[in-house]
Design a protein around this ligand. Structure first.
Ligand code: SF4
Ligand code: MSK
Length: 676
C-alpha cells in the first residue's frame, strides 16, 4: 500500500487592516501597527475580515417575527412600478425599511433619554440633599430653566415679589423634569421653547410628543409584526419620538447637567493619545453619562489621591476621556481627549492605561479582550452595562455613595500602576484645543452680555462674512477611513465661510486636527469667517459638547431666530446638519429631530433606507414639504459639504441676503473696477 503523504494544511493568516488606509491620524496608524505586531486584534482588522450585509445596511431585512428574517435585496434592474418585493406576511420594502428606521430612532431616543433620566434622578437626590457628591452649581441657569417646566422662581409675600429659595425651586424642577418621561396627559414642556411657527408645524403634522417613554413604547408596538404598514404613518411616529429625544430627553440631560455640574465656558486643553503620560497613573473615562465621571475628576485631583499615586511610584494622575464622556469632562473641567470612538482599543494598546472606566453606549466589548493582553483594569460602572468576560471588574455606581465609588475606582487604578509592563508606547501626537461652547457662552462671545442676544452673529450672517451655520456631529464608522470624512467636510465648510458647531466624535476628530483653535481660522477659513474668528477670538469650529448636547444646537438656532433678521423659523436659517461618519442608532434619532426641526441634514457612510427607494424619497423629498427640513446622503465629503453650502445659499437667497455676501467677498480690484 502506498504510503499516504501527510500534507500540512497551511495556516491561513488572518487578514489585517492597513494602518495607513484605516485612519488619517498618525497616532491611530502607529498604534494600530503596534497592535498588529503584538497580535492584538482591533475593530480595524475585524472590519477587513467581516463584510457588512448589504440587505441589512440598506434597511430591507426584517426579523420582526419568527417567520423571517425576510430579506429583500434591491434588484439591479429595480423599477419602482414593478417592485413586488415582499416578506412572508406581505410587508413591502417600504414598510420593512420604515419599521427598521423607526426602531433605530427608538433605540437612539431611549439611549439619550435614559441618560437624561439618570441625570434627573441624581438631580432629585441633590435637590433632596440625599448626597454630598452633588450640589446645584449654576443657580442662574436653574432660575432660567424653571419657568420652561412650569416652576415659578418668585413668590408674592405681603404684596412684595420675592425670589423663591433655590432648593425649593430645584426640588420642583426635579419633580417636573422626571414627569416628562411618563406624564399621563399633555405634551413635552420644552416644545414651547422652539420658535412659534415651528411649534405650529408640529401641531399641524400631529407629531408633538406626549411623554418620552410613551413615544419609544409606541414605536416598539407599531413596528411589531402586523401593526402599522404605511411608511408615511410610521414616519410620523418616527418624527414624534425623535422630537421626544431632541426637545425632551437630550435637552433635559444637557440642561440638568449644566445646573448640576456647571454650564460650560471656553477653556483650553489637548486631544489625542499623546495626552497620556508614561510617568503618571493613566485613567481613561469612556461612555456617555457624566454623573460618575464628574466625581472621579474631583476625587482624582485630591491631595489624598495624588499622594497615594506618588507612594506607588507615579508622578501623579492623568485623566483623559474617550467618546462623549470625554466631551462632558472636557467642557466643564478641561480634561483632555484621549481619542474618538475608534481609538478606544488603541488607548489600551499603549500599555500605559492603568484603568479604563466605562459607563454606557459606544463601549466595545472587545475592550475586555484587549485589556487581557495588557495590565489594564477595565471597570464597568453602570447596572445596565456589564460585560461577560472574567477580567472585567464591576463597581456599580450609586449616586448616594458616589464619592466612595469614585475613590474605590481611582485607588484601583493607582494600585495597578505598578503592574504596568516595560513595553509602553504612547504616541507623541496631541493637538491644543479650545472647547466649552454653550448657548450661553456663544451668546457672550458673539453677542456680548451688554446686548444679551445673538445679534452680532446674526449681523455677520446678514452681512455675509459668515455664509451660514453647520452642525457637524456624530460618530466614526469602521467601514470608513477614520476621521477622513469628518475633517474633509468641516474644512470644506469653513473654507467657504460656514461656521461649524460640533459635538460627539466629530468634535474629537476636529480637535485632533487642530480645528478647535482660534489660530486655525487664518489657515483654513475663507476671508469672511477668518475675519470674524480673529476679531472675536473664537475657533471656526465651536465644540458644544457630547451627543445629548446636540440639543444646544437646537437652542442656539432658536436664539438666532429670536435675535431677528433671519426669518421666523429654524427652517428659514441658512443652516444645515451633517453626520459624515455616523454609525450609532442615536445618530438616526438626532438626524430625524434635526429634520423635524426644519434642518437639511446630510449623512455619509451608508443610508439605512437605500433598499427602499420610495420610502427613502419620503425622507429625502416629502419631509421638506412637511417640516421644511429633509434628509440627504452623500459619501463624497467634498460633495457632501457642497450640498450643505448649496442649501445655505438657497436660504440666503430666500431671505434676500445673498447680495450682501457678494459685496463682502469682492476684493480691492473688484471694488476699484466698480468705482472706476
Ligand atoms: Fe417576514 Fe413579515 Fe415576519 Fe418581517 S414581520 S420577518 S417581513 S413575515
Ligand atoms: S460617542 S454616539 S460614537 S458620536 Fe457619543 Fe461618538 Fe457616536 Fe458614540
Amino acid at each position: 500500500m502506498a504510503e499516504v503523504k501527510k500534507t500540512k494544511k497551511p495556516v491561513k493568516k488572518a487578514k489585517t487592516a492597513d494602518p495607513k488606509a484605516s485612519s488619517i491620524d498618525f497616532a491611530t496608524q502607529e498604534m494600530l501597527a503596534r497592535a498588529q505586531k503584538l497580535g492584538v486584534e482591533t475593530v480595524f482588522d475585524r472590519a477587513v475580515t467581516m463584510k457588512p450585509c448589504n440587505i441589512g445596511n440598506q434597511g430591507t431585512c426584517c426579523k420582526n417575527c419568527g417567520m423571517g428574517p425576510c430579506r429583500l435585496p434591491l434588484p439591479k434592474d429595480y423599477e419602482e412600478a414593478s417592485d413586488e418585493r415582499k416578506g412572508l406576511c406581505g410587508a413591502t420594502a417600504n414598510t420593512i425599511a420604515a419599521r427598521n428606521f423607526l426602531r433605530m430612532i427608538a433605540a437612539g431616543c431611549a439611549a439619550h433619554s435614559d441618560h437624561g433620566r439618570s441625570v434627573a434622578e441624581v438631580f432629585m437626590s441633590a435637590a433632596r440633599k440625599e448626597t454630598d457628591a452633588y450640589k446645584i452649581k449654576d443657580e442662574r441657569k436653574l432660575r432660567e430653566l424653571a419657568p420652561h417646566l412650569g416652576v415659578a422662581t418668585t413668590v408674592e409675600v405681603d404684596g412684595e415679589i420675592l425670589d423663591r429659595d433655590k432648593d425649593e425651586i430645584a426640588l420642583e424642577v426635579a419633580e417636573k423634569a422626571l414627569a416628562e418621561w411618563g406624564k399621563a396627559e399633555g405634551e413635552l414642556s420644552f416644545l414651547k421653547r422652539a420658535p412659534g411657527p415651528r411649534y405650529d408645524i408640529w401641531t399641524k403634522q400631529g407629531v408633538k410628543p406626549r411623554n418620552i417613554d410613551r413615544e419609544i413604547v409606541d414605536i416598539m408596538h407599531r413596528t411589531h409584526m402586523g401593526v402599522d404598514q404605511d411608511y408615511k404613518n410610521l414616519m410620523k411616529q418616527g418624527a414624534r419620538a425623535a422630537l421626544a429625544d431632541g426637545w425632551g430627553g437630550s435637552m433635559l440631560a444637557t440642561e440638568l447637567q449644566d445646573i448640576l455640574f456647571g454650564t460650560p465656558y471656553p477653556l483650553v486643553s489637548e486631544a489625542n493619545l499623546g495626552v497620556m503620560k508614561e510617568d503618571m497613573v493613566n485613567i481613561i473615562i469612556h461612555g456617555h453619562e457624566p454623573v460618575l465621571s464628574e466625581v472621579i475628576v474631583e476625587v482624582a485631583q485630591t491631595k489624598e489621591m495624588i499622594d497615594y499615586a506618588k507612594e506607588k511610584g507615579a508622578k501623579g494622575i492623568q485623566l483623559s476621556g474617550i467618546c462623549c464622556t470625554a466631551n462632558e469632562i472636557l467642557q466643564r473641567h478641561g480634561v483632555p481627549f484621549a481619542g474618538t470612538f475608534l481609538q478606544q482599543e488603541l488607548a489600551i494598546t499603549t500599555g500605559a492605561c492603568d484603568a479604563m472606566v466605562v459607563d454606557v453606549q459606544c463601549v466595545f466589548q472587545s475592550l475586555a479582550n484587549v485589556a487581557k493582553c495588557f495590565h489594564t483594569k477595565l471597570i464597568t460602572t453602570h447596572p445596565m452595562a456589564r460585560m461577560e468576560q472574567e477580567n472585567v471588574v464591576h463597581v456599580e455606581f450609586d449616586e448616594h455613595y458616589a464619592l466612595e465609588d469614585a475613590k474605590k475606582i481611582v485607588r484601583m487604578a493607582i494600585d495597578n500602576f505598578q503592574n504596568r509592563g516595560t513595553d509602553v508606547m504612547i504616541p507623541k501626537q496631541k493637538a491644543p484645543l479650545v472647547a466649552g461652547f454653550s448657548v450661553e457662552s456663544v451668546e457672550y462671545h458673539l453677542g456680548g452680555t451688554f446686548r444679551g442676544s445673538y445679534y452680532t452673529l446674526n449681523d455677520n450672517i446678514i452681512n455675509g462674512r459668515i455664509r451660514g451655520v453647520a452642525g457637524v456631529v456624530g460618530c466614526n464608522n469602521a467601514r470608513a477611513k477614520h476621521n477622513e470624512a469628518h475633517i474633509a467636510v468641516v474644512k470644506e465648510l469653513i473654507k467657504n465661510d460656514v461656521i461649524v458647531l460640533t459635538t460627539g466624535c466629530n468634535a474629537i476628530a476636529c480637535a485632533m486636527e487642530g480645528l478647535l483653535t482660534p489660530e486655525s481660522a487664518k489657515v483654513f477659513c475663507g476671508p469672511g469667517l477668518s475675519e470674524v474668528c480673529e476679531t472675536v477670538g473664537i475657533p471656526p469650529v465651536l465644540s458644544l459638547g457630547s451627543c445629548v448636547d446636540n440639543s444646544r444646537i437646537l437652542l442656539a438656532a432658536t436664539e438666532v431666530v429670536k435675535a431677528g433678521g433671519l426669518g421666523n423659523d429654524l427652517s428659514d436659517l441658512p443652516a444645515a446638519g451633517s453626520a459624515p461618519e455616523w454609525m450609532s442608532e442615536k445618530a438616526i434619532s438626532i438626524g430625524q429631530y434635526f429634520v423635524s426641526s426644519g434642518v437639511y441634514t446630510v449623512f455619509g457612510t451608508v443610508f439605512p433606507a437605500a433598499g427602499a427607494p420610495v420610502f427613502q424619497r419620503h425622507l429625502f423629498e416629502d419631509m421638506e414639504q412637511m417640516y421644511g427640513g429633509k434628509w440627504d446622503f452623500e459619501n463624497d465629503p467634498i460633495k457632501h459639504a457642497h450640498k450643505m453650502i448649496a442649501h445655505i445659499d438657497a436660504k440666503r437667497k430666500a431671505l434676500g441676503i445673498d447680495k450682501a455676501r457678494e459685496r463682502v467677498l469682492m476684493d480691492m480690484a473688484d471694488r476699484q473696477a466698480i468705482e472706476a
